[in-house]
Design a protein around this ligand. Structure first.
Ligand code: TNX
Length: 539
């Protein structure tokens, strides 16, 4: 049990809230008391499940008399207040004023405040009849709290309580904090290209589930998807096709910056991956000197892996890598640069080690921490580097022995491109079938022998795109499993439970429908019967 700490900012916010309540209480007597039906906050469709929820049975009404308040001097919190107003408007049609005054006739307030004694993403929410108070460790925590508020908002308004609709939010107290700092997913935009709009929709949904890292697989044998100004043919030639021979595509640097900024507004960090020295056929088609074998390769539209490499012993290859890392790092505010390093079946082990040990200082020179797939740990690397465990427990242990942290993406549990079962239409099954329960029922802390809790940075669910070329197909593989990975990364082990999860997952169906997500209707989940094909409102 955590003892609540009352920092000075909390006292300030309570004082301001008190003032607000005194002012509104003067008008209160004239108003009829609303009698709400009994509520149960703990029965709300939380996803992920918070640390602690204590229901008190009453309701906080969101209606035309509800306002949002944030400290006027805190620009970041004011932005979140506006974001909350936007989200509530699209669900309810009401535009709640932010820091409204007397003419707004406000009877009840949602109050955002920071309490710097908390961890940055931690928050508490105190919901009573008259106020909904959010205290968060930083703007990021307030953003997380807003996601919770979106989830506890009832699906429909109650229009029998007053002559106008009221959305009755259940009262109680929520205390919450993330288990892991890194809660991610990956999109492979190289095997098949996905548009900026597609990526933005994925970001919106990740944010709703409190995920905070989107790793973009920007390059592979079949395509190079990011403009590099000093090497223009990478995108122009290397980006000109994809698996199956479609037209491919790439992001200009402006488009990439747009994705980065869109993600940042929702507290999501973009991790760019340029996979090397293998998975590099597309780059070597554009610049054949890179592969060092004197041959100009052809564009590749199949799905084999492990057939390409760059020449690890050529200095010009490292000058080229320096340019690529410099350009991408300059437009990537997050702390990470992913260098791939997986499945280098045609690179000798000594060349591979030499290569990784030369690339790492380049990444650090541009102010980034190097991330790589677990194979990378066979090289001697700086302890600031991060290994992404997908296949080899031994490599994860080697990383930890070097003081590196590990991101958990075990293919048997966390690969979004694995089929749900042998009959499901999209995906692969080399790591097994991953039905919705298998995806959820594992413990990141104890999954890998030799790793302690502190060695684990977080959890990431990668979505490889060999078998998917459209957003609706991408969604079919990602949903509903992504919600489970979000819960594995956010929620404490003692609060996770399959029976509770499957009911809360079923309760995501209205959100999935509003977002027009093409999710897999797993028979393990008691989905509600729903008609209404055309959603009238968006989340
Ligand atoms: C393995 S996971 C790969 C990818 C494939 C994926 C398909 C990893 C580091 N490499 O190149 O797309 O399997 O599931």
């Amino acid at each position: 049990m955590k003892v609540p700490s009352f920092g000075t900012s909390l006292i300030r916010s309570l004082a301001m809230l008190g003032l607000f309540l005194v002012v509104t209480a003067c008008m209160e007597e004239k108003r009829p008391q609303i009698v709400y039906p009994e509520t149960d906050l703990s029965a709300s469709p939380f996803m992920p499940i918070p640390d602690e929820v204590v229901p008190t049975g009453d309701a906080f009404g969101i209606d035309r008399h509800t306002g949002i308040y944030a400290p006027a001097a805190d620009g970041e919190l004011l932005e979140i207040a506006d974001y909350l107003a936007d989200r509530l408007q699209s669900r309810t049609g009401l535009r709640l004023p932010v820091n409204g005054s007397a003419e707004n006739d406000i009877h009840r307030a949602i109050y955002l405040n920071t309490d710097t004694e908390k961890g940055p993403e931690d928050y508490d929410m105190y919901i009573t009849r008259d106020s909904l108070l959010i205290n968060a460790g930083s703007a990021a925590g307030a953003f997380m709290a807003v996601q919770t508020l979106r989830q506890i908002l009832p699906e429909t308004a109650n229009d029998t309580l007053a002559e106008f609709p009221i959305w009755a939010v259940p009262t109680g107290k929520i205390t919450d904090a993330p288990e892991f700092a890194y809660r991610g997913s990956m999109l492979d935009v190289a095997r098949h290209f996905f548009s900026v709009e597609d990526v933005k929709k994925y970001i919106d949904i990740m944010a709703y589930y409190k995920m905070n890292v989107l790793h973009l697989g920007l390059t592979n044998d079949q395509g190079w998807r990011i403009e590099i100004k000093s090497w223009p043919l990478l995108a122009e030639v290397g980006g000109s096709t994809e698996v199956g021979g479609g037209p491919g595509g790439y992001y200009t640097q402006e488009e990439y910056k747009d994705i980065v900024a869109y993600a940042a507004e929702q507290f999501i960090t973009i991790v760019p991956e340029v996979d090397m020295p293998g998975h590099t056929n597309a780059a070597s088609v554009a610049y054949p000197f890179l592969n060092g074998n004197g041959k100009t390769p052809e564009l590749y539209t199949g799905t084999r892996v492990g057939f390409s490499t760059w020449d690890a012993r050529k200095d010009t290859v490292y000058s080229f890598i320096d340019d690529v890392v410099r350009e991408i790092s300059a437009i990537t505010p997050g702390p990470y640069f992913h260098v791939g390093g997986d499945e280098t079946h045609v690179t000798s082990q000594s060349d591979y080690i030499y290569f990784m040990e030369r690339v790492e200082p380049i990444v650090r020179k541009y102010g980034k921490q190097m991330v790589g797939w677990d194979e990378m740990a066979i090289a001697k690397l700086d302890s600031s580097s991060i290994a992404q465990f997908w296949a080899s427990e031994e490599n994860a242990q080697k990383a930890v022995a070097q003081g590196m942290k590990v991101i958990l993406s075990p293919a048997k549990k966390a690969y979004l491109d694995m089929q749900y079962d042998s009959l499901s239409p999209l995906g692969l099954h080399w790591a097994g079938y991953i039905p919705v329960d298998t995806a959820y029922q594992w413990n990141p802390v104890s999954y890998t022998a030799g790793l302690d809790r502190d060695d684990i940075l977080g959890v990431e669910a990668p979505l490889w795109s060999e078998t998917i070329s459209e957003l609706s197909e991408l969604e079919f593989l990602a949903f509903p499993r992504l919600s489970g990975y979000a819960e594995l990364a956010w929620s404490k082990e003692e609060n996770r439970d399959w029976e509770s999860y499957r009911l809360r997952l079923a309760a995501q169906a209205p959100y999935f429908r509003r977002m027009e997500i093409n999710y897999y209707k797993s028979p393990l989940i008691p989905w509600p019967e729903m008609e209404l094909p055309e959603p009238a409102i968006k989340d």
